[in-house]
Design a binder for this molecule. Sequence first.
Ligand code: SF4
Ligand code: SF4
Length: 367
Amino acid sequence: MSEETLQFRDPEQAEQLADRLEALMAEIDGSVNLMHVCGSHEQAIAKFGLRSMLPDGLSLRMGPGCPVCVTNMPEVDEAVAVAKQGAIVATYGDMFRVPGTTQSLADARADGARVEIVYSASEAVDLAEENPDEEVVFFATGFETTAAPTAAILVDDPPENFWVLSAHKYVPPAMEVVAEMPDTDIDGFLAAGHAATITGYGLFEPFVEEYEIPVVVGGFEPVDVMLGIERLLEYIREDTAGLENAYPRCVTREGNRAALETMWSVFEKTSGEWRGIAEIPGANLTLREEYADYDARERFDVEPETGGPDPLTEQCVCGDIMAGKADPDECDLFGEECTPGNPVGACMVSSEGTCKIWHEYGGHPDL
Ligand code: SF4
Ligand code: SF4
């Protein structure tokens, strides 16, 4: 591990920041709800037990920050339908076991469909090149960090037997929906540093102005997270909404312009359902008309067969967890019917899912 990384894991600094948070909360004199919007933040918070360092009255909620978790069931159903029509479906590992309405891609593979796990969009293209007589469909999920590489593949003339089934999502509109939810009542957002390396932190300026909620872009080491919280509390104490980049070693105001240009040349924003949260205008990334030849929805019959609702899935509260309204241990299925080995909802499948993270770190990571 590099010296720089170690410096951001320094317990002494983390303790000092914890004292500072305590002092700030005393000055604020009331409760504060902060939300982070990234599975990697939840991992850092749980792994390093950061919630136990927070002062009373300060709550740190998980938002819609896991791209696997927010992939809607009908999108999984579409991928399953494509696999059943004989195409090879290439997908990121975390998507493999996410339940659709009746089946996951893992179930489809068990039934004989060809589903391959890939680590990047370019590996999916390699698969198409290695199998010229097969049709290969990349089930493309994730936020800006993965949408930009998917776009780069499409502008680079992929083989003719390659299609994309886009379930890519765009985070800022989801933050707006959460900011408007009356029962969530968020006082500040810790925005995802990884996504901001692509989009730049300037992306949040209109949000801060419109919703008058402070946003701080934060990194993923314990000191980064504590620092991000400190900055948010400072804004809240001053009763101002500001935007700050607390991850300057990776994030700039403009982001990666070339990646963004490529992404917007391939995708357009459309309205779409985020699993369990809401129909969110402008939060799905759909292939533009110019790329219809690579659009799996044009090539395949993606109208999935759906079965009756599974009573267990009905009890799953993933939507409430991702909207910051519930914690995993408030779900009756947590650790009982729903475990990482036998997940009921997407939050227990993905390594960035709150339920899986909480399960991994002992059920309740405050302890
Ligand atoms: S893709 Fe990156 S920024 Fe987005 S949730 Fe995952 S780790 Fe966070
Ligand atoms: S514990 Fe399982 S069923 Fe409950 S919310 Fe989490 S993923 Fe869904």
